[in-house]
Design a protein around this ligand. Structure first.
Ligand SMILES: C[S@@+](CC[C@H](N)C(=O)[O-])C[C@H]1O[C@@H](n2cnc3c(N)ncnc32)[C@H](O)[C@@H]1O
Length: 331
């Protein structure tokens, strides 16, 4: 039986990170870091790191450092993180930064190649990246094992987004057809009903979300989290709450909504749509919707003790390293 509860941890510069509670079931954060992680708005732009120019060919890539923050909040070191819509690997690079194991699935071969190239150029070991349709790959994973993943972190595709041709610096006027263009600076006209065949497109998208998240649910261990990046949309004079759609779809599957984090990208430019005749928002934020697969029953005393033993072993290792630096302090 472990007879003390908290251990002070330090960063590599010897500054206190606060106290780590060894009964922590969720992550490796100290109390101070945990409180910070509950902030519902992240008003931050992130560095152009990890071959940003190359990854920017995708256009929807997420900052690895932001993914790292989410991963550190919802998992412990060594955890397995699944991203079924992996793009050029923001989640996988986040896994590299946080010493977790990533499994990414991406349907478009070009994005897989870019991720591999980024790893090569950065001299880092690539996480497992599978080229294919998530619907099929997740089914194969399920055949091997259920409940094998500690976190699902993903950034869902939009309706036919990958098939819409990109054009930088050209803008659609409200009420006029978008043709084949949309701006990289705003998601304002990515939903192109005129081109892609109206409502069935959204139904297809919903069916894909339902299918993929159903399988993710079965792959996720009970008590673990699922974090979904999603931005809302303005199209044809209407504003679409896609985060509400995602909540509806995932709730039907059994996920429980726990909250939302808003990522406000302070570096994003404002746009000029509708000026003087129609108010249209400049979307400089995205949502990270947080869901959990609840446990069917509470943890037993033995399981709780096992977690404490595991945590203690891990932080003792960290503390030994700190001892070498002469900065160990147990309470
Ligand atoms: C919003 S992007 C993800 C970007 C990613 N977060 C990054 O940092 O690069 C969504 C990705 O899902 C992929 N996708 C769409 N349908 C898919 C499917 N059925 N299976 C696997 N990937 C799919 C798209 O090709 C697209 O790259």
């Amino acid at each position: 039986m472990v007879d003390f509860k908290k251990i002070e941890l330090f960063d590599e510069n010897g500054r206190s990170r606060g106290y780590y509670d060894i009964s922590n079931q969720i992550n490796d954060l100290t109390g101070k870091e945990w409180i910070f992680s509950t902030k519902s708005v992240i008003p931050k732009s992130f560095p152009s790191s990890f071959q940003h120019k190359l990854r920017n060919k995708h256009g929807g890539q997420k900052p690895p450092e932001l993914c790292e923050m989410i991963i550190r909040t919802f998992t412990k070191e060594g955890a397995i993180v699944l991203d079924p819509f992996c793009g050029v690997g923001g989640t996988l690079l986040g896994c590299h930064l946080s010493q977790r194991k990533g499994i990414g699935i991406e349907i478009n071969k070009n994005w897989v190649e870019i991720y591999k190239r980024v790893c090569q150029l950065e001299n880092i070991r690539p996480e497992k990246m599978i080229n294919g349709d998530s619907k099929r790959i997740l089914q194969q994973m399920l055949k091997k094992d259920k409940s094998q993943v500690d976190l699902v972190l993903t950034d869902v595709p939009y309706w036919k987004m990958d098939e819409v041709e990109k054009s930088k610096g050209r803008y659609k006027k409200v009420g006029k057809p978008a043709g084949d263009i949309f701006s990289e600076k705003s998601k304002l006209s990515r939903f192109n009903h005129e081109k892609s065949g109206s409502e069935t497109e959204k139904e297809e998208w919903e069916a894909l979300m339902e299918d993929v998240f159903n399988k993710c649910y079965d792959l996720l261990k009970p008590g673990c989290y699922c974090a979904v990046f999603i931005g809302n949309m303005y199209h044809g004079g209407h504003y679409y709450l896609l985060n509400a759609d995602i909540v509806q779809i995932l709730s039907k599957i059994g996920f429980v909504l726990k909250g939302e984090i808003i990522w406000y990208d302070v570096s994003k430019n404002l746009h000029l749509y509708g000026i003087n005749y129609s108010w249209i928002p400049s979307l400089v934020h995205q949502f990270i919707m947080i869901f959990r697969k609840e446990r069917e029953k509470k943890l037993t005393r033995e399981e709780i003790e096992e977690i404490r033993e595991y945590n203690l072993e891990r932080v003792e290792k960290i503390s030994k390293e700190q001892l070498k630096k002469g900065i160990d302090r147990f309470i």
